[in-house]
Write a protein that binds this ligand. Sequence first.
Ligand SMILES: *[C@@H]1O[C@H](CO)[C@@H](O)[C@H](O)[C@H]1NC(C)=O
Ligand SMILES: *[C@@H]1O[C@H](CO)[C@@H](O)[C@H](O)[C@H]1NC(C)=O
Ligand SMILES: *[C@@H]1O[C@H](CO)[C@@H](O)[C@H](O)[C@H]1NC(C)=O
Ligand SMILES: *[C@@H]1O[C@H](CO)[C@@H](O)[C@H](O)[C@H]1NC(C)=O
Length: 517
Amino acid sequence: MEPKTSFTLATLLLFILNSHVGVLSGAYQYSRSDFPADFVFGSGTSAYQVEGAAYEDGRTASIWDTFAHDGYAHGENGDVACDGYHKYKEDVQLMVETGLDAYRFSISWSRLIPNGRGPVNPKGLDYYNNLINELISNGIQPHVTLHHYDLPQALEDEYEGWLSRDVVRDFTDYADVCFREFGDRVLYWTTVNEANVFAFSGYDTGNSPPQRCSPPFCTTNSIRGNSTFEAYLVGHHILLAHSSAVTLYRTKYRDQQRGFVGISVFTLGFTPQTNKEEDVVATQRARDFFIGWIMEPLIYGDYPISMKKNAGARIPTFTSCESKQVKGSYDFIGVNHYQNVNVSDDYGALNIKLRDFNADMAVNFIYDQDLFSNSEFSVTPWGLQQELDKFKLLYGNPPIFIVENGQRTASNSSLLDLSRVKYFHGYIGAVLDALRNGSNVKGYFAWSFMDVFELLDGYRSSYGLYYVDRNDPELKRYPKLSAKWYKHFLIGRTSSIELVENEKDSSLVSDLGHLFQ
Ligand SMILES: *[C@@H]1O[C@H](CO)[C@@H](O)[C@H](O)[C@H]1NC(C)=O
Ligand SMILES: *[C@@H]1O[C@H](CO)[C@@H](O)[C@H](O)[C@H]1NC(C)=O
Ligand SMILES: *[C@@H]1O[C@H](CO)[C@@H](O)[C@H](O)[C@H]1NC(C)=O
Ligand SMILES: *[C@@H]1O[C@H](CO)[C@@H](O)[C@H](O)[C@H]1NC(C)=O
């Protein structure tokens, strides 16, 4: 695959954009300087998705390795992934080249502490020290996630992982190692990525690690588990583990290290399917079950009323001591956001005897695109703006980092990902609008820095700014148009879609020439 000459690319882009002016006409011009000076722009990956070296230097399997090797990601796996374990130095150079302020990555718990608890693996320690030092010496701020779907398999085997309260102790000890070893250089910590989806899809529908569910709720052929209550229990243990790690940081490290600890939640742009009262109420209920589930304990110390009402005794109760620990246990909230969903009421589901998380929520989700196929996410950025507004109104306007936002497309060696450029342009614009309307957003991380091993799609779908040539034994990376657009925006030029839209702008051709050199 040969990147084309600059002239051809620029001409082609002009052609494509000119034929889409109608689509873009709602867009407006903005530039980096419209954002606050301390607003952070970055991009992210996670350990299992990018590192590879799955059996090297003492690393042991995580529940995600097991999931992939059991065939749940089209028979593909992260054994090699992007070989980031060996290529981190050249990847950091690409980040510099792209103009990133920050890089979001995760630590593989089972690389750092191979049995999940007990001795630290010196080779794992070296790898993360090297990566962090490489980032810092290149002026890139590390944002570190501790758990990104990859609990050590040893703990799953020993006590069923997140289903056991023992995980609170072991997660806190793992966080302690990370704060102690890396906290002199890492200021931003996310405890658990997409806490809500990890619990919901890992333990109700069973289509993500550790693929637990019970019939008739399973969306895969997995049948270990109990969809009726495990997701709630796991959500509860995540909140306890998270808040325990935050308490540890605040008592033992914060005075010296002066960092920030948060947790991330997966959001959708929830929209009522019709403006009928019951659909509007159902939309609020969907938001309670998805987002309030994590946010209300953090803000108020307890689960949303609608959840307690519908799930009854199946949702655990916080003791007053736990409630105090959970309440306020965040310095920021990480928001993962990709697309919108329409919601309609399904209150009748509550009368059916057999119930799970989904049935308790009592809504129907109507997606424009199937979440579970590799179709392309549409560009509906108002959904993100609306959700940020809800965080402002419902959850006390916490400091927020958009930790994931990006467009899924089918994997493609074409570097001309114009739809992804439009996606980023639209969503970064929505973040700016939300910011101007009083939202407390502090940063934005494009998902993903390169094409990685994706949870559900393996290597069949891609979100990357950089294409990874999987037919090349060297796994060479190539910048897509989206990487060039992001760079163009980050180095302080006006968002390039606007430049190309304004054909009469004489700087247009030279700007594009520059962009595609
Ligand atoms: C799941 O747990 C609930 C509540 O403990 C129990 O009533 C139900 O029988 C269990 N179902 C299965 C399939 O084990
Ligand atoms: C979702 O609702 C909007 C109106 O709010 C409508 O335009 C769109 O077609 C709906 N999408 C689906 C998949 O029904
Ligand atoms: C890859 O992208 C090219 C150019 O955008 C497009 O024509 C082609 O259909 C895409 N292939 C796949 C498999 O999506
Ligand atoms: C701005 O915020 C107000 C109050 O939260 C809200 O009603 C309004 O819809 C928001 N406007 C936009 C454009 O998001």
